[in-house]
Design a protein around this ligand. Structure first.
Ligand code: AMP
Length: 377
């Protein structure tokens, strides 16, 4: 059995990993860490929930903590991690911070929607790892406030999502500013043509690993579907929230307006909930997420983009208030539960018009969802 102890990691990292109580590397960590350690470029196909953040964060920290900080001089950025959303960027930043807490390697997180002053504070601490959303990092590069001439490592996380969100040009513009000699790691849940093209344009002679989240993770997620008309969905959800047992529920809706309206309806029923969507400003988002993480509220209504990369311990249920028309979105959504070996439940409310979407989801996964009777939740 491969263990973290056998991976030639710095004792400071081993100590932090022990505190995280990780028994052994997940499959993607088992494969990716040795490849990254050898300095190879890597294309990894894996879902959020597979442990992929640690799969790149641990070997990056292992490399950087061997480089002694330069006294009195400017410690330049050595690694850039690009992520599609600020929530994911914050989460990756938190992982670097956790795994690296006994090292001298600092991590800074940069994203849109906060004042430049706050970011200046981040940069003043001279982080050697920067986790960023592409737009804001590019702003900083163009304003000449960030020095990237020492970057040795580039990570693109959730590359498929970045392309979906139209970030390709920003990503390319950032890459043009980086030293040519560097190690490139690209992770994506799906490998469509454009993602492959991007990977090919960035990575040199890469190793490729595929950790099929669908096959590895999904057996731990019990997937139910309810056939229920749109007008009855809210009622069905409230019944569930009132009468069923759950620890924390993430409810996905299609639009920001729907998230607000549904949160209001649920609150009226005396179940405390909040909506998380792109119209909230950064401090509101952080506040809502913190309330959910601290279990002050156990129900969160979210849109896909706002919830991207949310990582909550023991998220027991994901509810798809609508069935998404893109099957991969469904896979991303339910990946929020049943994380790293824990069991999870996903429930989808499927109206008549959404039935074709359900078929696509079943085709992608190669399995059928369990249909629940109307009398059960
Ligand atoms: P990620 O796929 O990076 O979003 O990670 C999903 C979750 O798995 C996070 O909550 C991590 O803390 C957790 N995790 C990462 N590596 C391991 C491991 N080796 N053992 C147990 N849990 C892990």
């Amino acid at each position: 059995m491969i263990t973290f102890d056998s991976m030639n990691l710095d004792p400071a990292l081993i100590a932090a990993i022990k505190e995280e109580a990780y028994d052994k590397p997940t499959p993607i960590q088992e494969k990716a860490i040795p490849i990254i350690e050898r300095g190879k470029d890597l294309i990894g196909q894996a879902q959020t929930g597979s442990g992929k953040t640690a799969a790149f964060a641990i070997p990056i920290l292992n490399r950087l903590c061997k480089i002694a900080p330069e006294p009195d001089s400017y410690n330049k950025v050595k690694a850039i991690v690009l992520a599609p959303t600020r929530e994911l960027a914050l989460q990756i930043g938190e992982s670097f911070h956790n795994y690296g807490r006994y090292t001298s390697v600092g991590t800074g997180v940069i994203f849109g929607g906060v004042t430049p002053k706050r970011h200046m504070k981040v940069l003043k601490r001279e982080p050697r790892v920067i986790v960023a959303t592409p737009g804001r990092l590019l702003d900083f590069i163009q304003q000449d406030v960030i020095e990237l001439s020492d970057v040795e490592l580039l990570v693109l996380d959730e590359a498929d999502r970045m392309l979906e969100l139209g970030m390709l040009e920003d990503v390319k513009a950032i890459i043009r500013q980086l030293p040519k000699q560097r190690q490139n790691l690209l992770f994506s849940a799906t490998m469509s043509g454009p993602v492959k093209e991007l990977a090919k344009s960035i990575c040199k002679d890469p190793e490729t690993i595929v950790v099929k989240g669908e096959k590895k993770n999904l057996p731990k997620i019990t997937q139910y579907v309810y056939f229920v008309e749109e007008t009855h969905k809210a009622e069905r959800l409230i019944d569930f929230l009132k009468f069923e047992t759950y620890e924390s529920v993430l409810v996905f809706v299609r639009t920001k307006g729907k998230a607000d309206r549904l949160a209001k309806t649920i609150n009226i029923s005396n179940i405390r909930t909040r909506a998380l969507h792109g119209d909230l400003n950064q401090s509101e988002r952080v506040k809502v997420l913190t309330m959910f993480k601290n279990k002050e509220i156990s129900v969160l209504i979210a849109t896909d983009v706002a919830s991207r990369g949310i990582d909550i311990d023991r998220l027991s249920h994901v509810i798809n208030f609508n069935v998404p028309n893109v099957a991969e979105t469904y896979v991303h959504r339910i990946g929020r539960t049943g994380r790293a070996g824990e069991a999870g439940i996903s429930i989808s409310y499927c109206s008549k018009v959404e039935e074709p979407f359900l078929k696509r989801i079943e085709a992608l996964q190669g399995t059928k969802l369990t249909v629940k009777n109307k009398s059960q939740n």
